[in-house]
Design a protein around this ligand. Structure first.
Ligand code: CMC
Length: 427
């Protein structure tokens, strides 16, 4: 039993239990704070607020540790495939061969998307950002599938998860094919999950699809590295949307919208655009470093900094190594990679970045690999969403199974006090 935390205010003492996680993280349980003291906490951006207890992902930002269900990300990225990791995140244990085959087979059975969905996609202009299209299509899926899931039925829960795991890659591929003016395709169920995704994205109508192991392995690894990251902005959005008992698909659609922002998943697109701009500007990295440090300039070094990691993002380390390998294996010499490395070197030695503990994050090098794989820049965040899908599902499932209450933060009101209404002609 841990000590209690004591709050003293106006001569009165209030006691609150201290909760300890399995990794010895401590939290003050303030569930009774308002009822006992009449006060609330104020924590914009939730920098100090634990919104839930969760058994899915552990990360230690000071030590640069990331584990899914207890397994180190480095080991999973090297030894597992994306579907295994998805199963692990969602159901809590690595699947055995039989369970994995069954999971994949169930997904295959659901891998069609209603033809009517094509009409919805058709209505978007070609110039629409794929993230907006993906969010809309995910939400539109509800029209063809039950909107809410009876969470007391394990079978219904499982079926909802299978349906979205099966249909989401089709939607991802369609958003890209729409932009590229390519005919829509439903893929090939005889292929592996990631290979099928790749085929659905890249198959040309007049050419046979040729598998490239280097490409599939790189994609698989990127999806694993993005698969979960505990209570980040989009995951919290999924949980809070689902906490109103809104269905799985609509909760995911809300998460996709949250991911789109350049401070979150949208950073991978922003990084590449930034690196391209530096290259077009003659490769002067110092100029952009100075801009990033200038408080009068809104420019930030995209792909740097993290709310939780105050040390190297372990995902960035893996991706940096993978970028070198994948570009080498594919025989690509991309000047953008040298600019990224140069920028990283300067930043890691610059007192501004050192003092603020700003290190490259997962998005800094991922875009360089996506680009080498032939994925258009506007699709980068969609690929992040594809990777994050199992994490979002796992978090939504956990939240519902734990019977968490509706998410509804409070506020400190700082507006006008009550005042009399002024009629229009007197204003
Ligand atoms: N470039 C320049 N300065 C920065 C940067 C950056 N990329 N990131 C943080 N800072 C500064 C910030 O100005 C502040 O300085 P000061 O203390 O003088 O006011 C200090 O560092 C702390 O930053 P913060 O904004 O208070 O930290 P935060 O935890 O609220 O923000 C972040 C985290 C990721 C939003 C931020 O670091 C950022 O905007 N990075 C660039 C966008 C990016 O790469 N996002 C991807 C995040 S990882 C993947 C994901 O979540 O999807």
């Amino acid at each position: 039993m841990k000590d209690k935390a004591i709050l003293e205010y106006e001569g009165k003492k209030y006691e609150f239990p201290v909760v300890e996680g399995t990794e010895q993280e401590l939290a003050i349980d303030i569930k009774t704070l308002r009822s006992s003291t009449g006060m609330i906490t104020l924590d914009p951006g939730y920098k100090n607020t634990g919104s839930c207890e969760s058994a899915i992902t552990y990360l230690d930002g000071e030590k640069g540790i990331l584990r899914y269900r207890g397994y180190r990300i480095e080991e999973l990225a090297e030894k597992a495939d994306f579907l295994e990791v998805a199963y692990l995140l969602i159901f809590g244990e690595l699947p055995n061969k039989e369970e994995l085959n069954q999971f994949h087979e169930d997904i295959r059975q659901e891998s069609h998307v209603d033809e009517e969905m094509k009409k919805i996609l058709d209505a978007f202009p070609k110039s629409a950002h794929p993230m907006g299209v993906l969010s809309s299509l995910t939400s539109a899926l509800i029209a063809f599938n039950p909107s809410s899931v009876n969470i007391s039925s394990e079978k219904e829960m499982y079926h909802a998860i299978i349906r979205i795991m099966a249909k989401f890659p089709v939607l991802v591929a369609w958003t890209m094919r729409k932009q590229k003016g390519l005919p829509l395709d439903y893929g090939d169920d005889s292929l592996g999950y990631v290979e099928n995704l790749h085929k659905m994205m890249f198959k040309r109508p007049n050419k046979d699809y040729v598998k490239n192991k280097i490409v599939i392995d790189a994609l698989d690894q990127l999806l694993i590295l993005h698969a979960d990251h505990e209570q980040n902005c989009s995951t919290s959005t999924v949980r809070i949307t689902g906490s109103s008992h809104a269905g799985l698909f609509v909760s995911l659609s809300a998460g996709i919208s949250a991911l789109w922002g350049p401070l979150h998943g949208g950073a991978n697109q922003a990084v590449l655009e930034m690196l391209e701009a530096i290259e077009a500007d003659g490769g002067d990295t110092q100029k952009y470093m100075n801009k990033a440090k200038d408080k009068e300039d809104p420019f930030r070094l995209m792909g740097f900094g993290h709310r939780v990691y105050k040390n190297f993002d372990p995902r960035a380390k893996i991706i940096k190594k993978a970028a070198d390998e994948v570009l080498g294996d594919l025989g690509i010499d991309d000047p953008i990679l040298s600019i990224a490395k140069g920028l990283e070197k300067v930043a890691l030695e610059d007192p501004y970045f050192v003092e603020r503990k700003l290190y490259p994050n997962v998005d800094f090098y991922s875009g360089i690999i996506y680009r080498a794989l032939g994925i258009p820049t506007e699709m980068f965040t969609v690929m992040f969403a594809m990777g994050r899908l199992p994490g979002w599902i796992a978090q939504w499932r956990e939240m519902r199974l734990r019977g968490e209450p509706i998410g509804r933060p409070r506020q400190v009101y700082i507006g006008e006090n009550e005042r009399p209404f002024v009629p229009l002609k007197k204003r």
